[in-house]
Each structure stands twice: as C-alpha cells, then as structure tokens.
Design a protein around this ligand. Structure first.
Ligand code: IPD
Ligand code: CA
Ligand code: CA
Length: 354
C-alpha cells in the first residue's frame, strides 16, 4: 500500500519552469519543442488543495488503476488546469478569432493556447497517454464522434485518454461573463477515472478519482438533497446550433412550471460541477461532446449523484444527450424531458432564426 506521504510528495513535486509543448495536431505527438514557462501563483495552492485527499487503495482489479497512479494523473490534471486557468483569467474578454460550426460558435486564440498548455503538461509527464482536445477536432457532432471513436478504438489506441475542453463557456469568455472553466477528464480503457474542472474566476477546483469521492477545493462535496422536483434547481445548455437549441427550449418550457427554477448559463462543465457540489439539482443537455461532459460526469457520480443518457441508458464517453442530477429527482425530470421530446437534437429546425 502506498503511503499518504508518497502521494503528497508526488503532488507537490510536479514539474514547473520548463515544459514541452505538442504541435496542434493530435497525431503528431513527436513534434515537441521546449520553452520556459512561468509558474502561476495559484498553482502550488491548487495542488495543496488536493494533497490532503489521499486516495485509499480501493481500485477494483483490472478496471481502475491503483490509487497511486490515479493520484499522479489527478495531480497532473490539476497542474494543467491551473496553468490554463491562469491564462484564461488573464485574457478574459479576448477577441473572436473566427467562428466554427455557425456564426454563434465562437473561437478565440486563447482556446488553442489553453489546450497547448494542457498538452505540454501531459506529454511531459505521460508521453504514452493520448489526448482528445476540442481544438484539434473539426466542429460538429459527426467529427467529434469519429474522433472519439478513433481515440478509443482506432489502431494503436492508448490505454489512457485525456478528454479536454480547454475553455468551456467560450461565449461567456468573449463577453467578459466570468463563467467559464477548464475541463479535463481522463479515461483508462474507455472509462473516466479522473476528473478535474477548474473555474479560475471563482478560484474553484473540482476534482474526483474513481471510487474515492469528489472534492471542491479539497473539501469533500456531495449532491443536493432535494427530494422533489418542486425544490429542484435545474440548468440546461445554451448550444449555438438551432437543432440542439430546440429541445433545450422545449425541455425547459416543460420543466419550468414544475421545478423551483431554471437556468441556462453557458458552461456545461461548470453546471455539472455545480450539480456535484449541490448548487444545482440537475443539469441536462441533448447534444454535447465528450470533452464537455467527461470530467463533470465523474464528479457527479463520485458526489453521490446519477449520470445517464436522457433516454435512461448508462453514461459513457460516447453519450451525447446527458442528464446529471442528485439522483433523487432524476427519473421525474427525465420523464418530463422525454414527454417534451427533448432527448436529442431536432432533425429539422423547429425554432425560427439563424
Ligand atoms: C459549450 C457550452 C455551452 C453548451 C454548449 C457547449 P464551449 O461549450 O458548454 O454551455 O450549451 O453545448 O458547446 O463551446 O463553450 O466549449
Ligand atoms: Ca464545451
Ligand atoms: Ca470549448
């Protein structure tokens, strides 16, 4: 059994100063260059928040890696998220570089910069791990599904896969709304076993490892205790595409009269983290990519909540229509969404607009 001291040392002796950076191509992992980076002031503090969370040796054989490995991967994820988060905080309100899937789908230069910061941490510490990051994939559901399936099942697929959204909530970021985050989920043999979401604007770090609970700034967190949907706070996505927006609007219209309140705040990752810490009772969205969900799904599961497909099937990395909740109200909310036909994107536009 590994000692708590070993875990703490592993967390606090993470590399700083000099680092590697990957090229922007997912397949070109050999093209690394080296350059100096400045340590971010919050990094040490962030690492010490998780240092006290020594993972017990509860790993199920053959399914979940041992606790020492999980702890090391989590520490690297926290390191990467804190570096990227510092960059976000410094550059909030950045200009739109271009639009992606449609004119509402925004990209800034900071999205790519944050992803590269994360890539260099991973490539330096875990050169045999693969990384699927939003900014290396063409926009749209199809490209994202293909990229995930290649990463999981393609020839030479790695055992470890980092699933990264460098900035979740880019529209908020562009408009100076301080509600966006770095989201990093790490899967082992296709199952998410490490999750880390960092909100640099509130300096809130949400972490979880499989089987070991979920934490907010090092304090154990749990989902809310609302027993009825009348007490539930429910949030949904605000996707840029009209086909995905249609079911969001229908679902919220159907839920609003029954629940305490509804919100559409523009960052799936933060909303999932807020379900895990009990601020929200439920979050759902009918068409998300793996990098929007991976970390948040583990946080919710480890905080005692439930994460499924909106149709009720189990959550996996390839699930796109998700609902995460405190478990107690899950089925009732899910049924209302099914009735409202809010379980998947529309095939033809049901909302008028651009
Ligand atoms: C978006 C946000 C938004 C959600 C969209 C996502 P991005 O992610 O999470 O809240 O409704 O579906 O695409 O583009 O800001 O990373
Ligand atoms: Ca996202
Ligand atoms: Ca993003």
């Amino acid at each position: 059994m590994k000692s708590a001291t070993a875990f703490t040392v592993a967390l606090l002796s993470l590399p700083g100063g000099t680092a590697f950076v990957l090229s922007s191509s997912r397949s070109d992992h050999s093209a690394m260059r080296r350059y100096p980076t400045k340590s971010q002031p919050t990094r040490h503090a962030l690492l010490s928040r998780v240092a006290s969370q020594r993972a017990p040796d509860t790993a199920a054989e053959g399914v979940v890696p041992d606790s020492q490995t999980l702890s090391e991967v989590l520490a690297a994820a926290v390191h990467a998220a804190s570096e990227a988060g510092a960059l976000m905080k410094a550059k909030v309100g950045a200009d739109v570089l271009k639009t992606k899937f449609n004119p509402k789908d925004l990209l800034t230069e900071v999205d790519g910069q944050c992803q590269r910061v994360i890539e260099k941490v991973v490539s330096k510490q875990f050169p045999d791990h693969a990384l699927l990051g939003e900014e290396n994939v063409e926009p749209g559901a199809e490209a994202s599904t293909v990229a995930l399936s290649d990463a999981l099942d393609g020839g030479g697929a790695a055992e470890w896969l980092w699933v990264v959204d460098p900035i979740d909530g880019t529209t908020n970021f562009v408009h100076g709304i301080p509600l966006s985050a770095v989201s990093i989920g790490v899967a082992y043999r296709g199952k998410v076993v490490v999750g880390c979401i960092y909100d640099p604007f509130r300096d809130e770090l949400f972490t979880a490892t499989s089987g070991n609970g979920a934490f907010l700034n090092g304090m154990k967190m749990k989902v809310g205790d609302q027993e009825t949907i009348g007490e539930a706070t429910v949030a949904c996505g605000a996707p840029p595409g009209v086909l995905a927006l249609g079911p969001c609007v229908r679902g919220m219209a159907a839920l609003a009269p029954h629940v305490r309140t509804t919100r559409m705040l523009g960052s799936a990752a933060i909303m999932l983290a807020w379900v895990a810490c009990g601020r929200l009772t439920c979050y759902w969205e009918p068409d998300l990519n793996s990098w929007d969900i991976a970390a948040g799904a583990l946080l919710i599961q480890e905080a005692g909540g439930e994460m499924t497909d909106i149709l009720g099937g189990p959550y996996s990395l390839s699930t796109r229509a998700i609902i995460g909740s405190n478990k107690l109200v899950h089925e009732e909310i899910r049924h209302i969404l099914v009735e409202a036909k809010a379980t998947r994107p529309d095939s033809t536009p049901q909302l008028k607009g651009r």
